[in-house]
Design a protein around this ligand. Structure first.
Ligand code: FAD
Length: 294
């Protein structure tokens, strides 16, 4: 089913999960994939309408993303969404890849610009490729019948000169034909609510789906700040550090925080919840078992 249909007239909030191709090659990779599907079988109990698969930085996981997306569709029997970036591909390569996705029966893509390679600050578009996600959205829309999602940033994209400019750039992606906005993870719901209002004030009417990550370790906190730039409220961060020597307490504090966060978002009226489970089922299961949306 296409994104546009998944989020249309749904009575319950749409549950979706985002997974990534595991690291490694050969037998090691296959074992990790087997494990990933065991975790996804557990998460399937929560009736996800969508499972998305990330696209490695620099396009490194291109074929793995494609294979996982197909397995999610054909073996797990859940609708998948393939992430895709502008990195390292010219227009003809983009065309070939998105046609391949569409010809395999995949209906949904998350169209992204991608990050600059590690160690560099500026994104350099490939020759005869795309510089911004809105150009990719336009190209996919013109050349396929895929349903397209785009990324949104409740705390502003780190490179954007200011919030308003970032919102106008979001609007370009929507004008080119995006069906849904999935947000970067965040921990302060006020950031999401303010963002949501600003998006609606611009006249954007498509669903804005919050990205939820559940903190399960202290090392995850540092990674989150480095990778996404999302801030963690001081009181929550202090509580986690107070229990840093007890991993079980950290897990419980992270889950309790996410339950409250999700309940508040549901009260706010979000049309869906997009979880970042980090390829594990435990924390998301605990959260979804605690809220009454099944
Ligand atoms: P854009 O929308 O192009 O925005 C990038 C920057 O350029 C912003 O500052 C924006 O304000 C500005 N901008 C946009 N359009 C224009 C324009 N026309 N003119 C001038 N400035 C413009 N990365 C991966 O590599 N693989 C993944 O699988 C992946 N999945 C993600 C999933 C989600 C839900 C999110 C939120 C992010 C994901 N990312 C992924 C990260 C993403 O690639 C980076 O955040 C990247 O830096 C920006 O991508 P974008 O599509 O938002 O870019």
């Amino acid at each position: 089913m296409k994104l546009s249909e998944i989020y249309k007239n749904n009575k319950q909030p749409v549950i979706s999960f985002e997974v990534f191709p595991p690291k490694g090659e050969g037998a090691e990779y296959e074992a990790k994939v087997t494990n990933l599907f065991k975790e996804l079988e557990i998460l399937k109990k929560f009736n996800p309408s969508l499972i998305s698969v990330t696209y490695g930085a620099g396009g490194s996981s291109r074929e793995k993303t494609y294979d996982l997306v197909l397995d999610i569709k054909n073996k797990l029997n859940v609708e998948p969404m393939a992430h895709f970036t502008c990195v390292n591909f010219d227009k003809s390569q983009v065309l070939e890849y998105v046609k391949k996705i569409e010809d395999s029966g995949i209906k949904n893509v998350l169209a992204l610009r991608g990050d600059p390679p590690q160690g560099t600050e500026n994104f350099v578009p490939p020759q005869n490729g795309f510089a911004h996600a809105n150009e990719l959205v336009k190209f996919i829309k013109e050349n396929t019948d895929l349903s397209i999602a785009v990324a949104g940033y409740p705390e502003k994209h780190p490179e954007a000169v200011d919030f308003q400019t970032d919102l106008l750039n979001l609007n370009r992606k929507v004008s080119e034909g995006a069906d849904v906005i999935f947000t970067q993870l965040f921990f302060d719901n006020n950031d999401f609510k303010d963002y949501y209002q600003k998006v609606r004030d611009l006249g954007i009417t498509i669903p804005v789906i919050p990205g939820i990550m559940i903190i399960q370790s202290i090392s995850q906190i540092e990674r989150i700040i480095n990778l996404s730039g999302s801030k963690i409220p001081e009181s929550f961060k202090n509580k986690l550090y107070d229990y840093q020597n007890n991993p079980d307490d950290i897990k419980k504090i992270g889950i309790d925080y996410a339950i409250k966060q999700v309940e508040d978002l549901l009260d706010f009226g979000v049309k869906g919840l997009h979880f970042y489970p980090l390829n594990k089922s435990y924390a998301v299961s605990e959260v979804l078992n605690s809220i009454n949306i099944r």
